[in-house]
Design a protein around this ligand. Sequence first.
Ligand SMILES: Cc1cc2nc3c(=O)[nH]c(=O)nc-3n(C[C@H](O)[C@H](O)[C@H](O)COP(=O)(O)OP(=O)(O)OC[C@H]3O[C@@H](n4cnc5c(N)ncnc54)[C@H](O)[C@@H]3O)c2cc1C
Length: 381
Amino acid sequence: MTTTDIGGGSREIAIVGGGLGGLTLARVLAVHGIAATVYDQEPGPGARSQGGMLDIHEESGQRALRAAGLLDEFHRIVLPGGDATIVRDRNGTVLHADGGGNGRPEVDRGQLRTLLLDSLPAGSVRWGAKAQAVQARPDGRHEVVFADGSSAVADLVVGADGAWSRVRPLLSAATPGYLGVTFVEIDLLDADARHPAAADVVGAGSLFALGDGRGLLAHRETDGSLHVYAALPVPEGWAAGVDFTDRTAVRDAVLAHFTGWSDRLRALVVEADGPLVPRPLYGLPAGHRWPRVPGVTLLGDAAHLMSPFAGEGANNAMFDGAELGAALAAHRGDVEAALGGYEAAMFPRSAEAAAGSAEGMAMCLAPDAPAGLVAMFSQAA
Ligand SMILES: Cc1cc2nc3c(=O)[nH]c(=O)nc-3n(C[C@H](O)[C@H](O)[C@H](O)COP(=O)(O)OP(=O)(O)OC[C@H]3O[C@@H](n4cnc5c(N)ncnc54)[C@H](O)[C@@H]3O)c2cc1C
């Protein structure tokens, strides 16, 4: 593990989790000349596809990238026109359409993660390091114990390990609860050539097709594919009752939730390429917080997992990382002052984002949807 001088001597920082939040923290620390080691459970940087597009908000994600010194590089990977939005009802009727330009450019999550990874000093990330537990030691430091039997001792442990954080139990007894909605992820590859009608329904950026308390949310990806989330109001165990290895059975199970919807919208499910993947949505209670525990904190989903309906989770994870990095740089001789200041600002900020995300989900899945979303867009215009 690399060491640095955050506490007036040689101190070690362990960031558990190399998602967007943990990597932003590592990068901002590096910008300030502070070393840290990121531990991630994945075997390597390309071990799994990183999923869909993210809109990066001016007030959070973009501020974090500025603090990381990566804003220009970020603008180079933005999908031109990807921030356009279309809202349709269950009949496929367009109720709102705009060309974007709202200060929230869309970027491929995998490319953004690569940008952060490539910006770190060599050897900053230890792959294949699945944290199982974190234990307090008598000397006040903490030991991160990994699944392969190895361990790392650190003066500061940051839990950036997402929804099912192994660091969080040191601080809080909270666990994520099911939000009542399961997404099924679907891809339509090479859409303009292979799925022209579906590509036309989605447009250049994002589609929200909503009604009956459910929805088809889709966006265009940088590789020309369409990424679709079928949002289903189903019980927590629904996915376990569907054979996801049988594509026809899954498609039929998803389509059963869109009976009576326009065939142009149902085509986003019918024409699925590759596997369909269930993603039950979980959240921590809005306003989740904990008393200060020396030498440990959380960021991103580990601290404030929320529904994705307001597009806040990744933006907030990155902003947390940037703010924590800046606080540690500003309080080099006093880690507890840095953590206290970071948490004091992060708790209300994430509570507000979580409340907004819950409202966004309720609005999108309301019985009269998409009325609320259309009204929101017309007020913003
Ligand atoms: C379907 C869906 C769509 C979404 N869309 C958006 C969107 O449009 N905009 C937006 O802002 N947010 C969106 N989100 C939310 C966003 O994905 C998360 O808020 C964001 O990824 C959180 O970043 P993070 O770094 O905190 O955690 P994560 O991205 O979850 O990263 C955690 C990292 O920790 C590693 N890890 C996990 N456990 C361990 C362990 N035990 N030991 C070591 N490493 C570990 C993982 O491998 C991973 O690299 C969406 C979420 C979902 C589910």
